[in-house]
Design a protein around this ligand. Structure first.
Ligand SMILES: *Cc1c(COP(=O)(O)O)cnc(C)c1O
Length: 387
């Protein structure tokens, strides 16, 4: 129950164990076509260029930047946590100029600051930001940010590694141009693949490049020879066949549940977890309206040692929760409720384990208080209890 990888269901594990066939086998190609449709559903897009990159989320990030940023381009990069900082690195390594819009960790990207930066930099080609900051649990208003970018004729690159499948994300409706995600967060597939999607505007920008893409492996013009539509598929690299079986199954599970239901499930269990954590005296890092349901960053109680608690949870309860990153290291815990791991049993198990360890360490909490608070929350919204 950390920031990912989340628990993988038995159905997905069984899919991973299917026989390894050729990456150009007609049956495999059929599965690739299905996968594209399933990803389009998950992203809520009709973008033709919607594929899983054969590498983890960071490679999806790099795919977006390396294909869209050319030397001399100005990119407005929003930083409100760890992952925005990596976007800036990408821009600068590609010879672009990063104009940074900074917001405090734990807060969302401020649309007013973004608008001011867009006005001050009419030469900007791209606006890049993180929808769901996994380092803090803050969810920025992607719809508003993308609207501002369009008004200033800017493309958008959006990190949705933690949001996809866990909280509303509407690529076409919001007008996102380039988006990347991961498999090991709310999709609950193993790590190692990165779903990406590019709008027709983004594809046009890639085709209009003056210089070739500096990465051979991530050059979408070449990747499309393998993932593109039609029967003529050419060898580009050997696709991670079994890992793709796993992602396919995870996406089928998401489609069976329905996106709206998955979003509602994450929210309901987040509310129960919140009730329990607050009963233990913990405070959320992020203001209520901006919280991600799937990543709960809470302050560690006064006088309690981070490492002692996490080690005991792991040793005595076989439970992993996330540590704080960067400026928040040692100050917060990050409790994930992602995908297959987001259910009532886990909420109550985690609260009970935390309650027990904190009581043992003399944190002045009542035994059983956290689970009781969560149960009261479920009783008030019974439809969630069965989910
Ligand atoms: C996890 C994560 C990444 C990186 O994904 P990897 O699969 O670890 O490379 C990027 N952005 C965000 C917001 C993430 O949570």
């Amino acid at each position: 129950m950390g920031p990912g990888p989340s628990d993988v269901s038995q159905r997905v594990l069984d899919a991973l164990a299917r026989p390894t066939i050729g990456h150009l086998d007609p049956e495999f190609v059929r599965m690739m076509d299905e996968m594209k449709g399933l990803l389009q559903y998950a992203f809520q897009t009709e973008n033709e260029l919607t594929i899983p990159v054969s590498a983890p989320g960071s490679a999806g990030m790099e795919t977006c930047f390396v294909n869209l940023v050319e030397p001399g381009d100005t990119v407005i990069v929003c930083i409100n946590g760890v992952f925005g900082g990596r976007m800036k690195e990408n821009v600068e390594r590609l010879g672009g100029t990063a104009v940074v819009v900074e917001d405090a960790w734990g807060t969302v990207v401020d649309p007013d600051k973004v608008e001011a930066a867009l006005k001050a930099h009419p030469e900007a080609k791209i606006l890049a930001f993180v929808h769901a900051e996994t380092s803090t649990g803050a969810q920025s208003d992607a719809e508003t940010l993308c609207r501002l970018a369009r008004e200033h004729d800017c493309l958008t690159i959006v990190d949705t590694v933690t949001s996809l499948g866990g909280t509303p994300l509407k690529v076409d409706e919001w007008g996102i141009d380039a988006v990347y995600s991961g498999t090991q967060k709310c999709l609950s597939a193993p790590p190692g693949l990165s779903p990406v999607s590019f709008s027709p505007r983004a594809v046009a920008a890639i085709k209009a490049r003056k210089a070739p893409v500096t990465s051979w492996f991530l050059d979408l013009n070449l990747v499309m020879g393998y993932w593109g539509a039609g029967a003529k598929r050419a060898y580009h690299h050997t696709a991670p066949v079994n890992n793709l079986y796993g992602l396919h199954e995870a996406l089928v599970i998401l489609a069976e549940e329905g996106l709206e239901n998955a979003w509602a499930r994450h929210r309901q269990h987040h509310l129960a977890l919140r009730a329990g954590l607050e009963a233990l005296g913990m405070e959320f890092v992020v203001a209520e309206a901006d919280r991600l349901p799937q990543l709960n960053a809470v302050t560690i109680p006064e006088g309690i040692d981070d490492q002692t608690v996490r080690s005991r949870l792991l040793k005595d309860f076989n439970l992993e929760i996330g540590a704080g990153l960067g400026a928040l290291a040692g100050k917060v815990w990050r409790i994930g409720l992602m995908g297959h791991a987001c259910h009532r049993g886990n909420v109550e198990f985690c609260l009970d384990a935390l309650n027990t360890v904190l009581a043992d360490l003399g944190a002045g909490v009542d035994k059983g208080a956290a689970v009781a608070a969560a149960q009261a929350c479920y009783d008030a919204a019974p439809e969630a209890a069965s989910a």
